[in-house]
Ligand binder design. Structure first.
Ligand SMILES: *Cc1c(COP(=O)(O)O)cnc(C)c1O
Length: 433
Protein backbone atom coordinates (compact mmCIF):
# COMPACT_ATOMS: atom_id res chain seq x y z
CA UNK A 1 0.00 0.00 0.00
CA UNK A 2 2.61 2.49 1.10
CA UNK A 3 4.79 1.51 -1.82
CA UNK A 4 2.06 2.52 -4.25
CA UNK A 5 1.46 5.70 -2.33
CA UNK A 6 5.13 6.54 -2.50
CA UNK A 7 5.08 5.82 -6.21
CA UNK A 8 2.19 8.25 -6.75
CA UNK A 9 4.00 10.98 -4.90
CA UNK A 10 7.21 10.26 -6.72
CA UNK A 11 5.51 10.55 -10.11
CA UNK A 12 3.98 13.93 -9.29
CA UNK A 13 7.20 15.25 -7.83
CA UNK A 14 9.20 14.04 -10.83
CA UNK A 15 6.77 15.69 -13.24
CA UNK A 16 6.76 19.00 -11.42
CA UNK A 17 10.53 19.14 -11.09
CA UNK A 18 11.14 18.10 -14.67
CA UNK A 19 8.69 20.57 -16.19
CA UNK A 20 10.28 23.39 -14.20
CA UNK A 21 13.57 22.58 -15.93
CA UNK A 22 12.20 22.50 -19.45
CA UNK A 23 11.74 25.15 -22.09
CA UNK A 24 8.10 24.55 -22.84
CA UNK A 25 7.07 25.60 -26.33
CA UNK A 26 3.75 23.76 -26.52
CA UNK A 27 1.54 26.42 -28.09
CA UNK A 28 -1.60 25.46 -26.14
CA UNK A 29 -0.16 25.61 -22.64
CA UNK A 30 0.70 28.22 -20.06
CA UNK A 31 1.16 28.73 -16.34
CA UNK A 32 -0.96 30.63 -13.85
CA UNK A 33 0.51 33.28 -11.59
CA UNK A 34 1.45 32.05 -8.11
CA UNK A 35 -1.49 33.90 -6.58
CA UNK A 36 -3.96 32.40 -9.06
CA UNK A 37 -2.41 28.97 -8.54
CA UNK A 38 -2.67 29.22 -4.76
CA UNK A 39 -6.39 29.95 -5.04
CA UNK A 40 -6.89 26.89 -7.24
CA UNK A 41 -6.59 24.85 -4.06
CA UNK A 42 -9.91 25.48 -2.35
CA UNK A 43 -12.85 23.52 -1.06
CA UNK A 44 -15.01 24.35 -4.09
CA UNK A 45 -13.23 21.44 -5.82
CA UNK A 46 -15.43 19.13 -3.77
CA UNK A 47 -18.76 20.78 -4.54
CA UNK A 48 -21.62 20.79 -6.98
CA UNK A 49 -23.35 23.93 -8.17
CA UNK A 50 -25.73 22.87 -10.94
CA UNK A 51 -27.70 25.68 -12.51
CA UNK A 52 -27.02 29.41 -12.53
CA UNK A 53 -25.75 31.57 -9.64
CA UNK A 54 -28.40 32.10 -6.96
CA UNK A 55 -30.68 29.63 -8.79
CA UNK A 56 -28.95 26.36 -7.96
CA UNK A 57 -30.37 22.94 -7.40
CA UNK A 58 -28.34 22.26 -4.23
CA UNK A 59 -27.76 24.24 -1.06
CA UNK A 60 -24.27 25.24 0.05
CA UNK A 61 -23.34 27.30 -2.98
CA UNK A 62 -23.59 30.91 -1.79
CA UNK A 63 -19.86 31.64 -2.14
CA UNK A 64 -19.62 29.76 -5.43
CA UNK A 65 -22.47 31.95 -6.68
CA UNK A 66 -20.59 35.04 -5.64
CA UNK A 67 -17.29 34.04 -7.25
CA UNK A 68 -19.01 32.89 -10.45
CA UNK A 69 -20.73 36.25 -10.84
CA UNK A 70 -17.45 38.06 -10.17
CA UNK A 71 -15.48 35.95 -12.67
CA UNK A 72 -18.24 36.49 -15.25
CA UNK A 73 -18.22 40.26 -14.73
CA UNK A 74 -14.43 40.45 -15.03
CA UNK A 75 -14.42 38.44 -18.27
CA UNK A 76 -17.13 40.73 -19.70
CA UNK A 77 -15.09 43.78 -18.77
CA UNK A 78 -11.86 42.38 -20.19
CA UNK A 79 -13.40 41.45 -23.53
CA UNK A 80 -15.85 44.30 -23.66
CA UNK A 81 -18.74 41.91 -24.17
CA UNK A 82 -22.27 42.07 -22.84
CA UNK A 83 -22.43 38.44 -21.87
CA UNK A 84 -20.00 35.81 -20.67
CA UNK A 85 -20.60 32.17 -19.78
CA UNK A 86 -17.80 30.69 -17.68
CA UNK A 87 -19.26 27.27 -16.91
CA UNK A 88 -17.86 25.28 -19.87
CA UNK A 89 -15.07 23.17 -18.38
CA UNK A 90 -12.99 23.38 -21.58
CA UNK A 91 -12.78 24.98 -25.00
CA UNK A 92 -14.30 21.87 -26.51
CA UNK A 93 -17.26 22.11 -24.14
CA UNK A 94 -17.67 25.78 -25.09
CA UNK A 95 -17.64 24.84 -28.79
CA UNK A 96 -20.06 21.98 -28.19
CA UNK A 97 -22.51 24.29 -26.45
CA UNK A 98 -22.40 26.97 -29.15
CA UNK A 99 -22.48 24.53 -32.08
CA UNK A 100 -25.44 22.72 -30.50
CA UNK A 101 -27.36 25.98 -30.03
CA UNK A 102 -26.62 27.40 -33.49
CA UNK A 103 -27.17 24.10 -35.28
CA UNK A 104 -30.66 23.45 -33.89
CA UNK A 105 -32.61 24.39 -36.99
CA UNK A 106 -30.21 24.04 -39.85
CA UNK A 107 -27.53 21.40 -39.42
CA UNK A 108 -24.95 22.93 -41.68
CA UNK A 109 -21.69 24.69 -40.82
CA UNK A 110 -18.73 26.07 -42.71
CA UNK A 111 -15.35 25.56 -41.02
CA UNK A 112 -11.76 26.66 -41.62
CA UNK A 113 -9.67 24.39 -43.82
CA UNK A 114 -7.52 21.89 -41.95
CA UNK A 115 -4.45 23.54 -43.53
CA UNK A 116 -5.42 26.86 -41.96
CA UNK A 117 -5.56 25.26 -38.55
CA UNK A 118 -9.11 24.05 -37.85
CA UNK A 119 -9.42 22.19 -34.54
CA UNK A 120 -10.69 18.62 -34.27
CA UNK A 121 -13.85 19.92 -32.54
CA UNK A 122 -14.75 21.68 -35.82
CA UNK A 123 -14.57 18.47 -37.82
CA UNK A 124 -16.50 15.30 -38.41
CA UNK A 125 -14.14 13.51 -36.04
CA UNK A 126 -15.00 15.86 -33.18
CA UNK A 127 -17.97 17.55 -31.60
CA UNK A 128 -19.46 18.99 -34.81
CA UNK A 129 -19.55 15.49 -36.28
CA UNK A 130 -20.97 14.07 -33.06
CA UNK A 131 -23.79 16.63 -33.23
CA UNK A 132 -24.54 15.42 -36.79
CA UNK A 133 -23.92 18.90 -38.15
CA UNK A 134 -22.65 18.75 -41.70
CA UNK A 135 -19.39 20.64 -42.24
CA UNK A 136 -17.91 22.15 -45.36
CA UNK A 137 -14.32 23.36 -45.33
CA UNK A 138 -13.53 26.80 -46.66
CA UNK A 139 -10.97 26.83 -49.49
CA UNK A 140 -7.33 27.37 -48.55
CA UNK A 141 -5.03 30.05 -49.89
CA UNK A 142 -1.52 28.56 -50.04
CA UNK A 143 0.11 31.89 -50.73
CA UNK A 144 -1.24 33.55 -47.58
CA UNK A 145 -1.38 30.40 -45.43
CA UNK A 146 -4.95 31.37 -44.65
CA UNK A 147 -8.55 31.04 -45.73
CA UNK A 148 -9.10 32.01 -49.38
CA UNK A 149 -11.45 34.93 -48.72
CA UNK A 150 -13.00 35.35 -52.16
CA UNK A 151 -13.76 31.68 -52.58
CA UNK A 152 -14.97 31.41 -48.97
CA UNK A 153 -17.40 34.29 -49.49
CA UNK A 154 -18.83 32.58 -52.58
CA UNK A 155 -19.10 29.32 -50.67
CA UNK A 156 -20.96 30.96 -47.79
CA UNK A 157 -23.42 32.56 -50.22
CA UNK A 158 -24.02 29.24 -51.96
CA UNK A 159 -24.17 26.93 -48.96
CA UNK A 160 -26.10 29.29 -46.66
CA UNK A 161 -24.94 27.56 -43.50
CA UNK A 162 -26.38 28.07 -40.02
CA UNK A 163 -22.98 29.30 -38.89
CA UNK A 164 -19.36 29.79 -39.93
CA UNK A 165 -16.45 28.88 -37.64
CA UNK A 166 -13.20 30.84 -37.60
CA UNK A 167 -10.06 30.43 -35.49
CA UNK A 168 -7.77 27.47 -35.16
CA UNK A 169 -5.01 25.48 -33.52
CA UNK A 170 -2.16 26.05 -35.94
CA UNK A 171 -2.62 29.76 -36.10
CA UNK A 172 0.35 31.99 -36.90
CA UNK A 173 -1.88 34.25 -39.00
CA UNK A 174 -5.32 35.41 -37.86
CA UNK A 175 -8.33 34.56 -40.01
CA UNK A 176 -10.15 37.37 -41.86
CA UNK A 177 -13.11 38.01 -39.55
CA UNK A 178 -14.61 41.13 -41.18
CA UNK A 179 -14.97 39.76 -44.69
CA UNK A 180 -16.29 36.40 -43.56
CA UNK A 181 -18.73 37.97 -41.10
CA UNK A 182 -20.14 40.23 -43.80
CA UNK A 183 -20.78 37.30 -46.12
CA UNK A 184 -22.21 35.17 -43.29
CA UNK A 185 -24.59 37.87 -42.12
CA UNK A 186 -25.80 38.45 -45.68
CA UNK A 187 -27.23 34.92 -45.69
CA UNK A 188 -28.42 35.00 -42.08
CA UNK A 189 -25.56 32.87 -40.73
CA UNK A 190 -23.79 33.46 -37.42
CA UNK A 191 -20.02 33.63 -37.01
CA UNK A 192 -18.33 31.71 -34.21
CA UNK A 193 -14.74 32.76 -33.56
CA UNK A 194 -12.87 30.03 -31.73
CA UNK A 195 -10.23 31.97 -29.78
CA UNK A 196 -8.89 28.98 -27.84
CA UNK A 197 -5.31 29.76 -28.80
CA UNK A 198 -5.35 33.53 -28.95
CA UNK A 199 -7.67 34.63 -26.13
CA UNK A 200 -4.74 36.14 -24.20
CA UNK A 201 -3.56 38.05 -27.26
CA UNK A 202 -7.06 39.45 -27.74
CA UNK A 203 -7.23 40.36 -24.04
CA UNK A 204 -3.91 42.19 -24.43
CA UNK A 205 -5.01 43.88 -27.68
CA UNK A 206 -2.20 42.36 -29.77
CA UNK A 207 -5.03 41.03 -31.93
CA UNK A 208 -8.28 42.81 -32.65
CA UNK A 209 -11.32 41.65 -30.70
CA UNK A 210 -13.31 39.42 -33.09
CA UNK A 211 -16.58 40.54 -31.47
CA UNK A 212 -15.90 44.08 -32.65
CA UNK A 213 -14.93 42.81 -36.11
CA UNK A 214 -18.26 41.10 -36.65
CA UNK A 215 -18.11 37.71 -34.93
CA UNK A 216 -21.36 36.90 -33.13
CA UNK A 217 -19.88 34.55 -30.55
CA UNK A 218 -16.39 33.89 -29.26
CA UNK A 219 -15.53 30.56 -27.67
CA UNK A 220 -12.19 29.85 -26.01
CA UNK A 221 -10.05 27.89 -23.64
CA UNK A 222 -8.89 29.88 -20.62
CA UNK A 223 -5.42 28.33 -20.39
CA UNK A 224 -3.54 28.79 -23.67
CA UNK A 225 -2.33 32.33 -24.35
CA UNK A 226 -4.85 33.33 -21.69
CA UNK A 227 -2.84 32.22 -18.67
CA UNK A 228 -5.65 30.99 -16.45
CA UNK A 229 -6.85 27.67 -15.06
CA UNK A 230 -7.84 24.98 -17.56
CA UNK A 231 -11.41 25.73 -18.61
CA UNK A 232 -13.60 27.29 -21.27
CA UNK A 233 -15.57 30.47 -21.85
CA UNK A 234 -18.23 31.79 -24.23
CA UNK A 235 -18.46 35.54 -24.92
CA UNK A 236 -21.11 37.34 -26.95
CA UNK A 237 -23.10 40.54 -27.38
CA UNK A 238 -26.08 38.62 -28.79
CA UNK A 239 -28.74 38.31 -26.10
CA UNK A 240 -30.67 35.57 -27.82
CA UNK A 241 -27.56 33.44 -28.35
CA UNK A 242 -26.49 34.00 -24.75
CA UNK A 243 -29.87 32.95 -23.38
CA UNK A 244 -29.83 29.74 -25.37
CA UNK A 245 -26.19 29.07 -24.53
CA UNK A 246 -26.75 29.50 -20.81
CA UNK A 247 -29.73 27.16 -20.92
CA UNK A 248 -27.59 24.57 -22.72
CA UNK A 249 -24.20 24.47 -20.94
CA UNK A 250 -26.09 22.88 -18.08
CA UNK A 251 -27.88 20.46 -18.47
CA UNK A 252 -26.45 19.37 -21.83
CA UNK A 253 -22.66 19.77 -21.54
CA UNK A 254 -21.80 20.05 -17.86
CA UNK A 255 -23.33 18.99 -14.61
CA UNK A 256 -20.50 19.85 -12.24
CA UNK A 257 -18.65 22.81 -13.72
CA UNK A 258 -15.47 22.54 -11.59
CA UNK A 259 -16.13 25.75 -9.64
CA UNK A 260 -12.78 25.66 -7.86
CA UNK A 261 -11.17 27.09 -11.02
CA UNK A 262 -13.32 30.23 -10.93
CA UNK A 263 -11.33 32.18 -8.29
CA UNK A 264 -8.18 31.60 -10.38
CA UNK A 265 -10.05 32.64 -13.51
CA UNK A 266 -11.15 35.86 -11.83
CA UNK A 267 -7.58 36.60 -10.69
CA UNK A 268 -6.22 35.94 -14.18
CA UNK A 269 -8.81 38.29 -15.69
CA UNK A 270 -7.70 41.00 -13.24
CA UNK A 271 -4.07 40.38 -14.13
CA UNK A 272 -4.84 40.64 -17.82
CA UNK A 273 -6.65 43.93 -17.23
CA UNK A 274 -3.50 45.21 -15.54
CA UNK A 275 -0.62 43.53 -17.42
CA UNK A 276 -2.33 42.09 -20.50
CA UNK A 277 -1.09 44.58 -23.07
CA UNK A 278 2.53 44.33 -21.95
CA UNK A 279 2.32 40.54 -21.92
CA UNK A 280 0.62 40.17 -25.30
CA UNK A 281 2.94 42.53 -27.15
CA UNK A 282 6.00 40.78 -25.66
CA UNK A 283 4.58 37.39 -26.74
CA UNK A 284 4.25 38.52 -30.34
CA UNK A 285 7.72 40.16 -30.35
CA UNK A 286 9.21 37.00 -28.87
CA UNK A 287 7.54 34.80 -31.48
CA UNK A 288 8.94 36.99 -34.24
CA UNK A 289 12.42 36.92 -32.66
CA UNK A 290 12.37 33.12 -32.42
CA UNK A 291 11.18 32.81 -36.02
CA UNK A 292 13.75 35.26 -37.37
CA UNK A 293 16.65 33.60 -35.59
CA UNK A 294 15.59 30.11 -36.72
CA UNK A 295 15.33 31.46 -40.26
CA UNK A 296 18.77 33.06 -39.97
CA UNK A 297 20.15 29.70 -38.86
CA UNK A 298 18.81 28.08 -42.03
CA UNK A 299 15.61 26.52 -40.69
CA UNK A 300 12.51 26.70 -42.91
CA UNK A 301 9.99 28.83 -41.03
CA UNK A 302 6.50 29.08 -42.50
CA UNK A 303 5.27 32.47 -43.67
CA UNK A 304 8.53 34.23 -44.44
CA UNK A 305 6.81 36.61 -46.85
CA UNK A 306 4.20 37.40 -44.18
CA UNK A 307 6.68 38.17 -41.40
CA UNK A 308 6.59 34.60 -40.00
CA UNK A 309 3.91 35.19 -37.38
CA UNK A 310 1.36 37.57 -35.91
CA UNK A 311 0.57 35.43 -32.88
CA UNK A 312 2.44 33.38 -30.24
CA UNK A 313 3.12 30.61 -32.76
CA UNK A 314 6.10 29.72 -34.91
CA UNK A 315 5.78 26.82 -37.34
CA UNK A 316 8.80 25.17 -38.93
CA UNK A 317 9.30 22.58 -41.65
CA UNK A 318 11.74 19.90 -40.52
CA UNK A 319 11.36 17.34 -43.30
CA UNK A 320 15.03 17.51 -44.20
CA UNK A 321 15.97 16.91 -40.57
CA UNK A 322 14.01 13.65 -40.26
CA UNK A 323 10.46 14.94 -39.79
CA UNK A 324 8.38 16.37 -36.97
CA UNK A 325 8.14 13.22 -34.92
CA UNK A 326 11.85 12.55 -34.79
CA UNK A 327 12.81 16.15 -34.05
CA UNK A 328 10.12 16.53 -31.36
CA UNK A 329 11.43 13.41 -29.58
CA UNK A 330 15.04 14.56 -29.74
CA UNK A 331 14.11 18.02 -28.49
CA UNK A 332 12.30 16.41 -25.56
CA UNK A 333 15.52 14.62 -24.62
CA UNK A 334 17.10 18.07 -24.57
CA UNK A 335 14.28 19.34 -22.29
CA UNK A 336 12.74 21.44 -25.06
CA UNK A 337 9.08 20.51 -25.31
CA UNK A 338 7.30 20.97 -28.67
CA UNK A 339 4.76 19.08 -30.74
CA UNK A 340 4.88 17.61 -34.21
CA UNK A 341 2.33 19.12 -36.57
CA UNK A 342 0.85 18.50 -40.00
CA UNK A 343 1.85 21.23 -42.44
CA UNK A 344 -0.47 22.49 -45.18
CA UNK A 345 0.89 20.11 -47.80
CA UNK A 346 0.92 16.98 -45.62
CA UNK A 347 -1.72 14.31 -46.31
CA UNK A 348 -3.84 13.56 -43.18
CA UNK A 349 -2.21 10.14 -42.79
CA UNK A 350 1.21 11.78 -42.36
CA UNK A 351 0.38 12.32 -38.69
CA UNK A 352 2.82 9.62 -37.57
CA UNK A 353 5.71 11.71 -38.84
CA UNK A 354 4.45 14.99 -40.31
CA UNK A 355 6.66 17.69 -41.84
CA UNK A 356 6.30 20.24 -39.11
CA UNK A 357 6.85 21.41 -35.58
CA UNK A 358 4.54 23.96 -33.96
CA UNK A 359 5.88 26.15 -31.17
CA UNK A 360 4.40 28.83 -28.93
CA UNK A 361 6.38 31.29 -26.85
CA UNK A 362 3.67 32.40 -24.40
CA UNK A 363 4.80 30.32 -21.42
CA UNK A 364 8.46 31.27 -21.68
CA UNK A 365 7.35 34.89 -22.07
CA UNK A 366 5.44 34.54 -18.80
CA UNK A 367 8.66 33.38 -17.19
CA UNK A 368 10.32 36.59 -18.34
CA UNK A 369 12.17 35.62 -21.51
CA UNK A 370 12.62 38.38 -24.07
CA UNK A 371 13.91 38.60 -27.65
CA UNK A 372 17.52 37.85 -26.63
CA UNK A 373 16.56 34.60 -24.94
CA UNK A 374 14.42 33.66 -27.93
CA UNK A 375 17.55 33.79 -30.07
CA UNK A 376 19.29 31.57 -27.55
CA UNK A 377 16.36 29.13 -27.66
CA UNK A 378 16.55 29.10 -31.48
CA UNK A 379 20.24 28.17 -31.30
CA UNK A 380 19.55 25.38 -28.80
CA UNK A 381 16.86 23.98 -31.10
CA UNK A 382 19.16 24.15 -34.10
CA UNK A 383 21.94 22.29 -32.27
CA UNK A 384 19.56 19.37 -31.71
CA UNK A 385 18.37 19.51 -35.31
CA UNK A 386 21.99 19.42 -36.46
CA UNK A 387 22.50 16.15 -34.64
CA UNK A 388 24.32 17.21 -31.48
CA UNK A 389 23.74 14.84 -28.55
CA UNK A 390 20.48 16.08 -26.93
CA UNK A 391 21.88 15.23 -23.48
CA UNK A 392 24.61 17.83 -24.01
CA UNK A 393 22.17 20.46 -25.24
CA UNK A 394 19.99 19.68 -22.22
CA UNK A 395 22.70 20.93 -19.88
CA UNK A 396 22.54 24.35 -21.51
CA UNK A 397 18.74 24.30 -21.60
CA UNK A 398 18.57 23.62 -17.85
CA UNK A 399 21.13 26.35 -17.22
CA UNK A 400 19.17 28.91 -19.26
CA UNK A 401 15.84 27.92 -17.72
CA UNK A 402 17.24 28.37 -14.19
CA UNK A 403 17.37 32.11 -14.77
CA UNK A 404 13.65 32.27 -15.66
CA UNK A 405 11.60 30.79 -12.87
CA UNK A 406 9.43 33.65 -11.69
CA UNK A 407 6.10 34.26 -13.40
CA UNK A 408 5.73 37.82 -14.69
CA UNK A 409 2.61 39.75 -15.74
CA UNK A 410 0.75 38.41 -12.70
CA UNK A 411 0.56 38.54 -8.92
CA UNK A 412 2.81 36.82 -6.42
CA UNK A 413 1.43 35.70 -3.07
CA UNK A 414 3.61 38.26 -1.38
CA UNK A 415 1.90 41.03 -3.39
CA UNK A 416 -1.07 40.74 -1.05
CA UNK A 417 -0.88 39.92 2.65
CA UNK A 418 -4.41 38.47 2.52
CA UNK A 419 -3.40 36.01 -0.20
CA UNK A 420 -0.48 34.73 1.81
CA UNK A 421 -2.56 34.44 4.96
CA UNK A 422 -5.33 32.61 3.17
CA UNK A 423 -2.95 30.11 1.66
CA UNK A 424 -1.29 29.41 5.00
CA UNK A 425 -4.71 28.91 6.57
CA UNK A 426 -5.75 26.63 3.75
CA UNK A 427 -2.68 24.45 4.15
CA UNK A 428 -3.14 24.30 7.90
CA UNK A 429 -6.78 23.29 7.48
CA UNK A 430 -5.88 20.70 4.87
CA UNK A 431 -3.08 19.26 7.01
CA UNK A 432 -5.31 19.01 10.08
CA UNK A 433 -8.00 17.23 8.09
C1 LIG B 1 -7.31 23.76 -27.88
C2 LIG B 1 -8.42 24.10 -28.80
C3 LIG B 1 -9.75 23.83 -28.47
C4 LIG B 1 -10.13 22.93 -27.34
O1 LIG B 1 -9.83 23.39 -26.13
P1 LIG B 1 -9.82 22.47 -24.83
O2 LIG B 1 -9.88 23.50 -23.77
O3 LIG B 1 -8.58 21.68 -24.89
O4 LIG B 1 -11.01 21.60 -24.87
C5 LIG B 1 -10.75 24.31 -29.29
N1 LIG B 1 -10.46 25.01 -30.39
C6 LIG B 1 -9.19 25.27 -30.76
C7 LIG B 1 -8.95 26.07 -31.99
C8 LIG B 1 -8.13 24.80 -29.99
O5 LIG B 1 -6.89 25.02 -30.38
Amino acid sequence: MHETLKKIIEIVEAHDEWRHQTINLIASENVMSPLAESLYLNDMMHRYAEGKPFKRYYQGTKYIDEIEVLATELMKKLFNSEYAEVRPVSGTTANGTVFYVLGQEKKKAIIPPVQAGSHVSHTKFGILGALCIEQVEMPYDEENLNIDVDKAVKMIEEVEPAFVVLGGSMYPFPHPVKEIAEAAHSVGAKVVYDAAHVLGLIAGKALENPLSEGADVMTASTHKTFPGPQGGVILTNDKDVYKKVSRTVFPVFVSNHHAHRLPSLAVTALEMLEFGEQYASQVVSNAKALAEELHALGVKVLGERLGFTRTHQVVIDVREFGGGSEIAKKLEEANIIVNKNLLPWDPPDAIANPSGIRMGVQEMTRFGMKEGEMKEVARLIKRVMDGEDPKKVKEDVVELRKQFVEVKYGYKLSDLKEAEERFKKYLKLALEL
